[in-house]
Every structure is written in C-alpha cells, then in structure tokens.
Design a protein around this ligand. Sequence first.
Ligand SMILES: [Zn+2]
Length: 152
Amino acid sequence: MADEMLGRLARYLRFMGFDTAYARGWTDHEVRARAHLEGRILLTRDRTLARQTPGAVGLCSTDIGGQLVEIRRAFPTIPWELRPDRCTLCNGVLSRWVPSPAEPLPRGAPRELVERGLTLYRCPDCLHVYWQGSHSEKVRNLIAHAAQPLEA
Ligand SMILES: [Zn+2]
C-alpha cells in the first residue's frame, strides 16, 4: 500500500505486477486499518505513520529512482521486471484481450504488430489497454537502474 505521497511509486510497482493499493485521500487511521485488513505492507515517507503501523516500510527518497532503490533493498528477493499483471492506473487485474476487427485500437497501439499477433492486455475495471513495449523507455530504464544496487 503506497501512501498519498507515493502515487508515482504505486504506478511503478504495478508496472512490475505488484498488487498495490494507493491510499489517496485516506486518513492515517484508514490507512492503518486497511493495510491491516487487506494484509498489505504500508510504504510511506511519513515517519510517524511508519512508526505507528506494524510492518511498515519508511522511505526517505523524494524521487522515484531513489524510492525504487529503497524498495529493492527492503525486498531483495521480489521479482524485479515488467509484468503485464496489474493496471497501472487502478490496480485492476489485467487479462489478455483480442479486439474484434470493428473495435478501435487504443491510441498509440501498433496496429501492424497487433495484426501480426502482438498480445494485448486489458484492465476489466477501467478498460485501459497495455502491450509489450507500451511502457516508455524512461520507465524501463528506472526499473533496470534500481535492480543494480543488489548486483553490484
Ligand atoms: Zn484499470
């Protein structure tokens, strides 16, 4: 569970397929209660909230690159790669999607590759569509960079 200050980190964790709740607009009490009820690990930059929440991971970095490195150090054994499992916008569980010929492809989808069998994934909740390569180079670089501290 990413706290309100970590919305970008929540998206990056979903890029890697982690079931990540985003605590936007919740009180500290709600954050603690939901993390407990749903069996989630709270990620927060709020030191007080981290202290008050069993099992919470307190982060220091304000930038996404540093936060990813901190996550990698806190959880050195978790898989660290892009996986099309979670919607980065709403955390929905993605499933394979084959558009019918009449259905318009989402903006930016490479029609030629889709016609040649590129696999598409769709979120059942918000209908956002993903495919391999739909993440920007910046996203891929930041994730690859954060994988390195453990390998060094
Ligand atoms: Zn979604």
